[in-house]
Design a binder for this molecule. Structure first.
Ligand code: WTA
Length: 653
């Protein structure tokens, strides 16, 4: 048996199992049914949501190269906003839909009921309509984690507009690119975004971005902190004031199941971010189902996903999944360490959170602060913990289990992607025993397969490793890349024809459990956020003093992976500390703070093949301080380049 199969298994308590949606004996049969007859399985699951006109067709999908087409429930009609709000009005009008916890703990939290959610969403929808936004138009949302972000998403869905959220940590350039790529009519932003006691000047960023956009783009501004901002008459609109004056009800429109709900840009292996498109019916069914089953959510529970709505996790598990299920969902504006390292646990105790979902990078940084922080707060409401964004190392898993879950709470290590809409591989709590570090087994309807990366042959043995693909479609899958279906096929369906390629490597142990080993493409995972190395490289080479750059990931204690940039300067330029700082600041403004290189190494030359291709494999090894395993360097045009890079890496220790 391999180490993995031998890893300790943790089963849920009898008490947990007694209440669980899926019992241990049920998983295997339900899973088998879900893949044996997807039409029957998903026809039933499709009834989780309310349809205006019920669907008669279920699965119409093809992964065939040149003809990739993904449609679910295609002849059904619905409205996503109505599913997340209106359909709960008879039973839950006065139930809290969203608990908003502000950055500053001295500011009172807000409890927004479903009735208030309906009114605020309607008012915002009416403001959008007054600005000429209608069905199919794009609206870019660049907001802090405030209730208006939820209203904005649901308001777009209500009137059939397509939202595209840009994480508030992105720079003006990144924002402008996304506004232009989607040809958005409206930008929704706020004056400032408070986080961890500091304020980001969002409106100022928006002003800079809009200089590079069509003059007709309107800017709706939430006056959140109330601080002064520059104001462009005729373009900028005070959103709260307009909402107060708007009608309190807006009828929802009837949308097709395959009408786009949102675009979300994510990093790929080339410089240009990809506009991942999710549609309405299948996405909502999958988000709702996974929120209920993976987290074993029950009516009346308080659910907290700590992600930002700027990432897919926030879309599916702060807004759409929980609200479709009539849940109470927590929306947190702050950071885990402000005002102190007990903030997460204080909020759990304050709002009696039942399911808590965060990222390994947060757990690792809190682990470093010591177990006294979770010990200070009453965590007895917690029933289940979740993890997402990168593999969770067993040390962090154990700390989370012991000091937060007190050994009582199953930990669901959920593997999925922006492209997948919801969880792909995850332990179904109560039914599947966990192993720390493994995402375990596939969710219903998901057929993972492991391929040999070189030969593309399917690895049939249970115990194996290779690249992870998915053999068939599921309702939450992305449908296309905005405006570029050819790139969609190329990026996901061309390397391994007939399969959806995740871009991740994995190992499957003797129990059939999956262990995700990380990206096999030029994407790195920094604090659970995807960053394309090509994106950082093109930002660096845009600097006038930089001739060339190669960016790779390297192991980082807190972030999982850090950004390691090799930089070759223009002839005549000298490396200096000042220039290093300048380049760091440059990348921050070109892309955003999350893309700032952790290490910059001056490289007089980069290792290249005789045909000029940069040998990243070697650069990765040097960044990892692993000089013994550089592999074959005989194809290098100038092998001495490598010695120089090693000498400089070694100087840094
Ligand atoms: C990684 C976030 C291991 C993986 C939902 C994937 C994970 C990328 C896990 C997607 C996990 C996410 N275990 N790796 N539980 N969850 N990943 O699009 O490399 O921001 O391809 O979606 O994160 O990142 P994305």
């Amino acid at each position: 048996m391999s180490d993995h199969a031998a890893a300790q298994k943790y089963a849920a308590s009898e008490e947990f199992v007694a209440h669980a949606h899926v019992k241990p004996a049920e998983y295997a049969a339900q899973y088998a049914a879900s893949v044996a007859d997807p039409n029957a399985f998903w026809a039933k699951e499709g009834q989780r949501i309310d349809w205006i006109k019920d669907f008669t067709r279920v699965k119409e999908t093809s992964f065939e190269r040149g003809a990739v087409s993904i449609k679910w429930f295609e002849d059904g009609t619905l409205n996503v906003s109505a599913n997340c709000i209106d359909r709960h009005m008879t039973r839950r009008a006065n139930q809290t839909a969203i608990i908003w916890e502000p950055d500053d703990p001295k500011t009172p939290a807000q409890h927004i009921t479903y009735a208030q959610l309906l009114e605020n969403t309607s008012r915002m929808a009416n403001v959008l309509k007054a600005q000429g936004v209608s069905r199919g138009d794009r609206v870019v949302i660049y907001l802090p984690m405030i209730p208006e972000a939820a209203y904005a998403m649901l308001a777009c869905a209500r009137i059939g507009a397509i939202h595209s959220i840009v994480f508030a940590g992105f720079s003006p350039d990144a924002l402008a690119n996304r506004i232009n790529d989607s040809e958005a009519k409206v930008l929704i932003t706020a004056d400032f975004a408070p986080r961890g006691g500091k304020k980001t000047a969002l409106k100022n960023n928006a002003d800079q971005a809009l200089r590079h956009c069509d003059d007709r783009v309107k800017c709706l501004v939430v006056k959140h902190t109330g601080d002064q901002t520059h104001w462009t008459e005729g373009r900028d609109i005070d959103l709260k004031a307009e909402m107060a004056a708007a009608k309190p009800y807006c009828a929802y429109v009837e949308m097709g199941a395959e009408d786009p709900l949102f675009i979300l840009y994510t990093s790929g292996s080339t410089g240009k971010p990809k506009g991942v498109v999710h549609t309405s019916g299948g996405y909502l069914v999958y988000a709702a189902m996974t929120q209920q089953i993976t987290f074993d959510y029950h009516d009346g529970d308080v659910f907290w996903c700590t992600a930002d709505v700027g990432w897919v996790t926030g879309h599916s598990y702060i807004i759409y999944g929980p609200l479709a299920n009539g849940a109470t969902t927590v929306m947190f504006e702050g950071v885990p360490t402000f005002p102190d390292a007990g903030r997460f646990w204080e909020v759990c105790a304050k709002h009696k959170v039942n399911q808590f979902y965060t990222a390994p990078t947060a757990i690792r940084s809190l682990m470093g602060m010591g177990p006294e922080w979770p010990a200070k707060h009453d965590l007895s409401s917690l029933k289940l913990l979740g993890s997402v964004g990168e593999p969770i190392n067993p040390e962090a898993w154990n700390w989370y289990n012991q000091h937060v879950g007190k050994g009582r709470c199953p930990i669901v290590d959920t593997f999925w992607q922006t492209e997948t809409g919801g969880h792909l591989i995850t332990p179904i709590p109560g039914a599947i025993p966990q192993k720390p570090g493994s995402a375990t087994l596939p969710f219903f309807g998901i057929q993972p397969i492991v391929l040999d990366p070189a030969t593309a042959k399917v690895q049939d043995a249970v115990e194996t490793d290779g690249v992870l693909c998915i053999a068939d479609s599921w309702p939450g899958q992305m449908r296309t890349l905005w405006g570029d279906h050819a790139r969609f096929e190329e990026a996901y369906f061309s390397q391994y024809p007939g399969y959806y390629f995740t871009g991740d490597g994995c190992r499957r142990d003797a129990d059939g459990y999956y262990w995700i080993t990380g990206r096999v493409d030029d994407v790195i995972n920094v604090s659970g956020h995807r960053m394309g190395t090509a994106e950082v490289e093109s930002a660096l080479v845009a600097h006038p003093k930089v001739a060339e750059s190669a960016v790779v990931g390297y192991p980082h204690d807190i972030k999982g992976q850090g950004i390691y940039a090799y930089v070759t300067l223009m002839k005549g330029e000298e490396p200096s500390e000042a220039l290093r700082k300048e380049l760091e600041a440059w990348v921050r403004t070109e892309i955003g703070p999350i893309a700032k290189p952790d290490l910059i190494q001056w490289a007089p030359g980069l290792p290249k093949t005789r045909s000029g291709k940069i040998m990243r494999r070697i650069l990765r090894k040097i960044a990892e301080n692993d000089f013994g395993a550089l592999g074959d360097t005989s194809t290098l045009a100038d092998p001495s380049v490598v010695d120089d890079l090693i000498a400089n890496r070694m100087n840094k220790g």
